[in-house]
Design a protein around this ligand. Structure first.
Ligand SMILES: Cc1cc2nc3c(=O)[nH]c(=O)nc-3n(C[C@H](O)[C@H](O)[C@H](O)COP(=O)(O)OP(=O)(O)OC[C@H]3O[C@@H](n4cnc5c(N)ncnc54)[C@H](O)[C@@H]3O)c2cc1C
Length: 398
């Protein structure tokens, strides 16, 4: 098993616990958890080393599966954006528009306002098309144009519409960032969740090890690979572009640093956002730690860049991956997809089910595994671990 993030940990857990296989889990980092890893900093504040990770899903399969390994802390994520000298709710809602334009609209008025400013775009191909067709040019300029440039290093007019599709506008006062059915944080953090997942006599863990170092030294039957697919194939079709982030952590001698868990800076500063971890973790501590995010082209591969030419290059790697016998490619980097944690868990569970039924060549479909009854459902009493939050459609952290 190459990689100890969600993809590798779920596959390891299922293969050891359900299929009775012996698993060697290898990661070149010095910790488990992949990008979801959390730890306690020198001041004693729990932080997410690779940026804020908020768990949210509409999949009861995924939620109940993870509930086997953690209790939850109900958590509703809220984000403010610093625009025109004010802090306003994001996603754009009724309050955002009323604050920015000094109006007093109700929901019907907001719908009328958006209808008035939205510009028809046909076809809707890019992020710019999508946002302008929904909220018009001025809100696009205030919230999306510069933010997208900072975050992705390219114009919204060159970025696939799927990125902005995650950031809707609302005609009500709902200020939650996500509206998924289940929204919660692991009560004792992600790393503890991973420790419990991997706590099985059939699972051995080897950190600080690139899998190539042991290839040919330790015999194995099959590989589950969750690293970058272009790296696996020696970049033979050229590198797949990724966006990375430099994180700058600061600890302050204060109980609270800012007004919300995340404050976005679409137009000012080189950083995109500041996150204060204590909102996420619920930790009570006299100090607080925040992280500033500076997007960059170099560094660890974090975000696959959704552009048609990149998707075309990935298809070449996918064909290679499909031909590779005895290697299963799972996870965000191995399938070059902008997946959230729940989608990676769903993808890994679906892959495991498919491997258990070798005659069944159905592609692991995240969509399919996100609905319908699950084979790996945890006991019904998992439901009592959290106050379940009912919602409608989901948004995300693009
Ligand atoms: C800044 C940021 C914020 C995010 N916020 C959220 C959020 O709020 N909510 C959400 O649901 N999702 C969020 N995500 C997405 C989330 O991080 C991913 O969905 C999830 O971590 C992917 O898991 P994975 O196992 O596919 O990959 P990873 O977590 O990247 O794990 C892959 C592992 O493989 C290891 N590896 C790679 N190559 C090798 C090799 N050759 N040998 C050995 N080991 C190797 C790596 O070291 C790594 O630990 C965020 C991502 C980022 C970058």
């Amino acid at each position: 098993m190459v990689g100890a993030g969600f993809a590798g940990a779920v596959m390891a857990e299922r293969m050891a616990r359900v299929a009775g296989m012996r698993v060697l889990l290898v990661d070149r980092r010095n910790h488990i958890g992949g990008n979801a890893h959390d730890t306690v900093d020198d001041a004693g504040v729990r932080i997410h080393r690779y940026g804020p990770h908020i768990f949210h899903t509409n999949s009861s399969d995924v939620f109940y599966y993870l509930s086997t390994f953690t209790a939850w802390r109900p958590y509703q994520h809220r984000v403010l954006a610093s625009v025109d000298g004010q802090l306003v709710p994001l996603p754009i809602n009724l309050d955002t528009v009323n604050l920015l334009y000094g109006m007093n609209l109700d929901a019907a008025g907001m719908v009328g306002f958006l209808d008035g400013v939205a510009e028809a775009r046909e076809p809707v191909r890019t992020s710019e098309d999508l946002v302008i067709s929904r909220v018009g040019r001025d809100l696009y300029d205030k919230f999306f144009r510069n933010y997208t440039r900072k975050q992705w290093g390219i114009d919204a007019s060159d970025l696939d519409s799927s990125v902005a599709a995650r950031v809707p506008a609302r005609a009500n006062r709902d200020s939650r960032y996500f509206t998924d059915r289940y929204q919660a944080m692991p009560l004792h953090g992600y790393t503890r969740l991973f420790e419990r997942m991997l706590d099985h006599p059939n699972i051995k863990i080897m950190l600080n090890t690139d899998w190539r170092e042991i290839d040919g030294v330790i015999p194995y039957g099959e590989i589950v690979y969750t690293g970058a697919v272009d790296e696996f194939f020696g970049f033979r079709h050229g590198p797949l572009p990724y966006r990375s982030i430099d994180f700058r952590f600061e600890t302050h001698d204060l109980e609270r640093y800012q007004e919300a868990a995340v404050v976005n800076y679409p137009n000012d500063n080189d950083y995109t956002r500041i996150t204060e971890f204590k909102y996420l973790t619920g930790q009570v501590h006299p100090k607080t730690t925040v992280v500033y995010e500076y997007p960059t082209a170099n560094g660890d591969p974090y975000y696959p860049i959704p552009q048609p030419q990149n998707a075309a290059r990935y298809r070449l790697y996918r064909e290679d991956a499909e031909r590779e016998r005895g290697v299963h490619f799972v996870g965000r980097l191995a399938t070059y997809r902008y997946y959230n944690m729940d989608q990676v868990v769903a993808q890994a569970l679906a892959t495991f089910r498919r491997l258990q039924r070798p005659g069944d060549d159905v592609e692991p479909s995240v969509a399919a595994s996100m609905t319908g009854p699950g084979e790996d459902r945890a006991p019904a009493d998992a439901r009592s671990l959290i106050g379940i939050v009912m919602g409608t459609a989901g948004g995300d952290q693009a």
